[in-house]
Design a binder for this molecule. Sequence first.
Ligand code: GTP
Ligand code: SPV
Ligand code: MN
Length: 582
Amino acid sequence: MTTNPYLQKWVDEVAQLTRPDRIHWCDGTEEERERLTREDLERGSLEELNQQKLPGCYLRRTPEHDVARTEQLTFICTSKKEDAGPTNNWMSPHDAYEKLSMIFDHSMVGRTMYVIPFIMGPVSSPYSRIGVQITDSNYVVLNMRIMTRVGKVALDELGDDSNNFTRCLHGKADMDIHHRFICHFPEDNTVWSVGSAYGGNALLGKKCLSLRIGSYFGNKEGWLAEHMMIMGVEDPSGKITYIAGAFPSQCGKTNLAMLVPPVSQKGYKVWTVGDDIAWLHVGLDGRLWAINPEAGFFGVAPGTSYKTNPNAMATIQKNTIYTNVLKTLDNTVWWEGMDGEPPRSGIDWKGHPWTPASGEKGAHPNARFTAPAKQCPSISSEWENPQGVPISAILFGGRRAKLNPLVYQTFSWNDGVYAGATMSSETTAAATGAVGVVRRDPMAMLPFCGYNMGDYFKHWIEMGRRLKNPPKVFHVNWFRTDDSGKFLWPGFGENLRVLRWVIERCEGHGEAVESPIGYLPKKIDITDLSMTPDAMSELLKVNRNTWRTELASQKEFFSQFGSDFPKELWQEHAALENRLSS
Ligand code: GTP
Ligand code: SPV
Ligand code: MN
């Protein structure tokens, strides 16, 4: 399928190592999808769902130990350990190649090795990047075909004599968690992942290329690869403001990107550009421009409903792969938080008979849907614009029950970088490990930064110097709770009320009150909301004592970077300390 000598040589080398029975070059055609699907249906690793109700939709159940990203098995393999920084797991490239080669050795005997050329980013965008993933998993191919632009279009873009593509090697091997490693070799523009077929571990265009490898190149080349959704908010006059938002995994990016304005917000529309990843470049106009490198959504199923996210529900009615959801008696799908009553019985994500009384979750808390972005009713007409969209505001946010107010605007770009660098959030089911524990997650990139995070902060500061018109930077928190643990803010569509203040601030007119941490809204429109003024003032409360404790914890976090840390963020830290004590 290609005459590119670099690509041919690499595919030969991998085949020598893994010894597949067959090699198949993915062309991205419909026949290919049908054949791969049929094979998986025959093997029982995919189940056909009700084709009247959910045409083109299939269900996959993964092994119980392979349901989320495994951060402890994810490594940045740079020649020097300090280049990976204190927040990443590190392995030397030599050790990693050796260790993983042993696992990959003959691991594809009896299997087909798929070669998937893919583009991250719109076709013929100067900001897009080419990857080629090798895998022995049909499921991974089927997902990659939705999440990226695959086949001939990618080979054409790569050309006959370019070596400029990310080599993404993936294999199931024996699927033993003790033989699972997700290793990144940014110096070689290479990813090797073995032993998992789940999402971010296995769809290597996503977190591995677009964030870990991407951020490494972004630092070298002067752009940013971020864990951000991108949305356009159209006001009643037709003016569209583009906003990018970084929230940790399972903290509301997809929902915000697909927001449906409530009836009280007449004349507003929201357009979805991306729901998980943004690549940001400095434009000739001195603004920050964003593309979405992905072509699909790998979204969280639980909590998704016609009430919370109707655009997502509409998107996933066809051509969707569901992973680890509950299957109902009529072969449709269900998960916790879906509309209406739970089904009276079904087959749970583990493949066992389930009833609401069984006391078990029907869907895994990190159950997901994979669906083409173009099926989304709110998809922006600009989502494949090769130049991207100009960003007016950046939102940082997370789940913090008590600390952060609903929204505040930072004082400057550097103060905004500080707000991003000090982000913290309660952990979720998107990664294995305890759920609900507060951890620092700078810019929602803690698990995804492909180099030393201290240098990453410096790079953010440097980007600000190059932006004549930088976006305004805000912090949001949809997850603040009252004393009984209930969310104070209705969230979802109602978040538009907060975005309206954000946009007013970008335009220079929204009214604000200054607080030690930043500008708070003088007023958020709560017409038609059953919210008490007390709840609103609780939502916007900045408790000086809690923030002083927070400062100490930030200091501890910053200190681990030693000299690899921008002095500007220490200055912002000191400035906040001063404002809190004055
Ligand atoms: P990843 O795909 O893991 O990166 O997640 P994400 O950041 O895209 O989060 P997503 O939008 O899928 O939301 C995660 C969970 O949070 C879902 O169960 C949502 O229903 C819930 N959620 C999203 N937005 C809100 C909100 O505004 N308020 C509340 N209370 N919950 C929300
Ligand atoms: C996340 O965990 O942030 C996700 C899902 O978007 S995964 O692709 O598994 O990383
Ligand atoms: Mn994500």
